[in-house]
Design a protein around this ligand. Structure first.
Ligand code: HEM
Length: 302
């Protein structure tokens, strides 16, 4: 059900969790991904946090670009084709970190090993020599959490220079490439969330005989929230009150997927902003699961 928070001059937010409402609002071109300062004080603070974390060299990271951003559609379509080819060829099997992913999911390596291994594996889809370690993964986690931590913690991150150092480290390792930054700083957390859930599942009775779709349905980790900003006034059945420019609309994706079990929603498959990594991530997870199950049953799996 939609939830509306409206205190004039302070906060104007609409939150939706229902898959139908998520799709309806996402498809409405009067809303867009925009980090431009607008709306009440709390809306502006929220947007400033996002800019502080995810704008590099003056540009928002790829999954925060507006519909009409130059090159967005063609670059992401091209990336999708390339990642689909990687999925077809199971390109991750040649990656030096894949063994750690398998051992981590099978419970034969520390759970902490999963983060840097997944970050390195994703980074090397874009830069052959991408190097991930505990420090780069910790930096990615702090950066990704920054928009959501309380005001005091955020101020500490800024004043201590931690935020700047984290951004610098991730930017250097990504050699300044925005897509590498997105994969290794933001998207990686959904991959790690899924791998951790698989690790918890693989040791439970009957796990080995679960169908692949059931495993993915239970383990897939999706972004908590997708942010949209109202650009043009609009009335919608999703809101009791007319929405006006500067209002923020939060599409609560994780809750929508959890409560409805609607797998099509996890990567926003029918959206203008659909995730180009969908096939790659699903194939990587399916292969990792099958091999981790084989390792646990003593059949090797590599
Ligand atoms: C489990 C892993 C992942 C999940 C669940 C996921 C999910 C999503 C979702 C829901 C969106 C829509 C965002 C929005 O509309 O605001 C999105 C967009 C996007 N994702 Fe992913 N993603 C994952 C991994 C990745 C990876 C590894 C990459 C590689 C770089 C990637 C690249 C992108 C890009 C570029 C967009 C923006 C698409 C556009 O605007 O045209 N994603 N993703």
């Amino acid at each position: 059900m939609a939830r509306r928070l409206h205190i004039p001059g302070l906060i104007n937010v609409l939150e939706v969790t229902d898959p139908g409402e998520i799709r309806l609002l996402d498809g409405d071109s009067r809303l867009d991904r925009s980090l431009a300062p607008s709306g009440g004080v709390i809306n502006r603070l929220r947007l400033a946090r996002l800019r502080g974390a995810f704008v590099f060299d003056g540009e928002p990271l790829p999954a925060l670009l507006g519909r009409e951003a130059e090159g967005r559609e063609s670059h992401h379509a091209e990336l999708g084709r390339r990642l689909d080819e990687g999925a077809e060829a199971a390109s991750w099997r040649q990656d030096t970190s894949f063994k750690t992913l398998l051992e981590g999911v099978a419970g034969q390596a520390d759970i902490e090993a999963l983060g840097p291994a997944a970050q390195g594996l994703l980074g090397r889809r874009f830069q052959d020599d991408y190097r991930a370690d505990e420090a780069t993964f910790a930096a990615a986690r702090r950066l990704n959490d920054y928009p959501r931590v309380n005001a005091l913690a955020a101020m500490r991150q800024r004043l201590s220079g931690q935020l700047r150092r984290d951004r610098q480290l991730l930017h250097e390792r990504a050699q300044g490439d925005a897509m590498t930054l997105h994969a290794t700083s933001v998207a990686v957390h959904n991959l790690v969330g899924a791998l951790e859930a698989m690790r918890a599942l693989v040791g439970t009775p009957g796990a080995a005989s679960l169908p692949q779709a059931a495993v993915l349905g239970r383990c897939l980790s999706v972004p908590e929230t997708l942010l949209r900003q109202v650009l043009v006034p609009l009335s919608t059945p999703c809101s009791p009150r007319r929405l006006v420019p500067g209002d923020l609309v939060l599409l609560r994706l994780a809750e929508g997927v959890r409560s409805s079990g609607d797998p099509g929603l996890a990567f926003m498959g029918d959206s203008w902003a659909r995730c180009p990594a969908r096939r790659f991530i699903l194939a990587l997870l399916a292969d990792t699961w099958a091999r981790a199950v084989a390792i646990r049953s003593g059949e090797g799996g590599r």
